[in-house]
Write a protein that binds this ligand. Structure first.
Ligand SMILES: C[S@@+](CC[C@H](N)C(=O)[O-])C[C@H]1O[C@@H](n2cnc3c(N)ncnc32)[C@H](O)[C@@H]1O
Length: 192
């Protein structure tokens, strides 16, 4: 979606996702719109893209990416950025939410999603991996699905970014949206 909006302003866009359904839908929409946006099926922490980019975004995937993943991504993209490249990222402050009791780490809850009942069992905190593990069980189906949400907090991200020469330019705290939005600028050596 973001790519199609930016394209109208004369920008070129490459989207990366490891979910084949997302890439298939994005490519189908691109065809319908006669868009030149490119979509790559890959893990963004391992993909090797050609060229240098003025702006990178991590809008949406941070709950799937641990601190280790983001550290790998930042090392990998050094070859694709230049001094002044912007990185926009949104994430929830899981540590604050847990401390304030808004992020439960134990207990079960039942939700109805698209007409199906599912129960979510929270399974504590894994502070070595940086994850909130949980299991999802769809009513009427056998095995539960084990999943996890990555834990973020401003100080964790900012420290990782600084280690790879990204300077915080602006931080928009949670307001109407649940998470932080940070804008970083690459200040590192040009050909690192
Ligand atoms: C909230 S969705 C955002 C989807 C899409 N980018 C958009 O703007 O509509 C988060 C996406 O991150 C993708 N994702 C999670 N981990 C990823 C990774 N390591 N590499 C690439 N994509 C990843 C998921 O497959 C999912 O589609």
């Amino acid at each position: 979606m973001l790519g199609f909006v930016l394209e109208r302003r004369g920008r070129r866009y490459v989207g990366v996702d490891l979910n084949p359904d997302m890439i298939r839908e994005a490519r189908r929409t691109a065809e319908q719109l006669r868009s030149r946006c490119a979509f790559v099926l890959s893990d963004l922490t391992r993909v090797a893209l050609p060229g240098r980019f003025d702006t990178l975004t991590l809008i949406g995937p941070m709950c799937h990416l641990t601190a280790f993943d983001v550290a790998r991504f930042l090392r990998k993209v050094r070859r694709n950025v230049h001094r002044g490249t912007t990185l926009i990222v949104d994430y929830e402050d899981g540590i604050r939410r847990m401390a304030e009791g808004k992020r439960k780490t134990r207990g079960k809850e039942v939700q109805k999603v698209r007409g199906r009942f599912l129960s979510i069992a929270r399974r504590g905190v894994d502070t070595e991996a940086g994850l909130f593990p949980y299991s999802v069980h769809f009513r009427g189906s056998g095995q539960p699905l084990h999943a996890a949400e990555a834990i973020w907090s401003p100080f964790v991200l900012e420290a990782l970014m600084a280690a790879e020469d990204w300077e915080l330019v602006r931080r928009v705290p949670p307001g109407r949206h649940l998470g932080f939005r940070d804008i970083y600028r690459f200040v590192g050596p040009r050909d690192s």
